[in-house]
Write a protein that binds this ligand. Structure first.
Ligand code: UDP
Length: 396
């Protein structure tokens, strides 16, 4: 299976991956996060864990549990760490710690290396018995709300290393070594494989889109950070100039309790325009996501905060120019005027969307650049190799 990646990354790069893996043969590795499905972390682990096993490591993936209150707390942590809000539920820190204790008593973390993803399970470090622990941060922690950060920092300081996705997320106030490892997409997955245009069109039609008229799409959870209301505003401005349709495709994540509220606000902003398609697909609708990305004329990721934004690489990989919010990990992927356009407002987004719809050759050129950019930087084997390097470092 892993050999199949040679087609994309070349034999040499696979070889170096095998060589590093050989030194780590038999090492036991645990990944811990807070959801099996929905969102980028689960997406990555689903693909990464089997491949790491294939490389000879004993890898397992466990998910912490919590009640509604816990996930309200962790969502408020998420928002406040990304500098989007200062609101924390009453007793937030106690609730957080209570669930760390519960999870620590239920989950065996007796492994040589433990990757703890994001803030939700970060407190498990207080119950560490052995092994090397790495905090893998997928969010933007460059300008956090200080009380939340201080609370989390006391836990992160106990790790052997931290991994961030983008250099600007690096924190001078952390004494643990910080590594920069951008995430990746799996080119062999159903979500990212090349599909026939007939398949893409069939799926789009199934969801009520008219494939004879232009389509702009954003794929993302209903989350304020993804700016769904800004996406609708962009569409409305664009609609004055071109007969376009909008698809906003989201699916729920079990660790994101805010989704419904954001969905309702997005529906209200959309009004009764039948060319706006707000779709809630079940998790694992991979072929559908592929079809929306492959079959759209323009793909947007108009986030106002973004750890990385896998959806950007997913769309670039399908040869689509991307209009992306100028934040977090998006500028790593959207190189202005090379693979797409970086924007700060709906006005800018509408301007560039119109430009790409009118100048198809430009859209195609940027899309082709985008695919090559992803091929060189954001495919799964590179990501695994980087993790193995960090593991080599912490194991000493
Ligand atoms: N995704 C999906 N269905 C949806 C919305 C998103 O499968 O309805 C996937 C998307 O294709 C991507 C991941 O969920 O693989 C989202 O990762 P990203 O890094 O873009 O954002 P996050 O949700 O982690 O903030």
């Amino acid at each position: 299976m892993i050999e199949k990646y040679a087609e994309f990354v070349g034999e040499e790069s696979l070889d170096s991956l095998f060589r590093i893996a050989q030194k780590l043969h038999g090492i036991s590795v645990l990944h811990v996060n807070s959801t099996k499905e929905g969102g980028g972390v689960a997406e990555i682990l689903n693909k990464m864990v089997p491949l790491m096993r294939e490389l000879g490591l004993n890898v397992e993936w466990k998910v912490i549990r919590g009640d509604g209150e816990f996930f309200r707390v962790t969502k408020s942590f998420h928002n406040s760490l990304q500098g989007q809000s200062t609101w924390l539920p009453q007793g937030a820190f106690e609730t957080y710690d209570k669930w760390q204790t519960i999870n620590a008593s239920e989950l065996n973390t007796d492994y040589d290396v433990v990757f703890v993803h994001d803030p939700q399970p970060a407190g498990l470090i207080n119950f560490k018995r052995r092994g090397r622990w790495i905090w893998r941060c997928h969010i933007d922690i460059s300008s956090p709300y200080p009380p939340t950060w201080e609370f989390l920092k006391r836990r992160i300081e106990k790790y052997d290393a931290a991994i961030i996705s983008v250099p600007i997320f690096g924190r001078e106030d952390l004494s643990v070594p910080q590594f920069v490892v951008p995430p990746s997409i799996d080119p062999l997955s159903i979500k990212n494989r090349k599909i026939h245009s007939v398949t893409a069109e069939r799926v789009l039609r199934k969801f009520g889109l008219d494939t004879d008229r232009p389509i702009i799409t954003q794929i993302s959870r209903f989350d304020y950070a993804k700016d769904p209301v800004g996406v609708i505003r962009t569409y409305k401005m664009l609609k004055r100039h071109v007969d376009v349709q909008l698809a906003y495709v989201g699916s729920p994540a079990s660790d994101d309790p805010e989704g419904e509220e954001v969905y309702r606000k997005t529906v209200a902003e959309a009004g009764d325009d039948s060319d706006i398609h707000l779709l809630m697909l079940p998790p694992n609708s991979d072929l559908e996501i592929n079809a929306f990305q492959s079959g759209s004329d323009v793909v947007m990721q108009k986030s106002v905060r973004e750890g990385f934004g896998l959806t950007v690489s997913e769309a670039l990989w399908k040869g689509k120019a991307v209009i992306g919010g100028n934040t977090g990990g998006i500028p790593l992927q959207v190189v202005n005027n090379v693979t797409g356009y970086l924007v700060n407002t709906p006005e800018e987004a509408a301007h560039y969307a119109l430009y790409l719809l009118r100048w198809r050759q430009v859209a195609e050129r940027l899309g082709a650049n985008g695919r090559e950019h992803v091929r060189q930087n954001f495919l799964l084997p590179r990501h695994i190799r980087d993790y193995l390097m960090v593991m080599t470092y912490v194991l000493g």
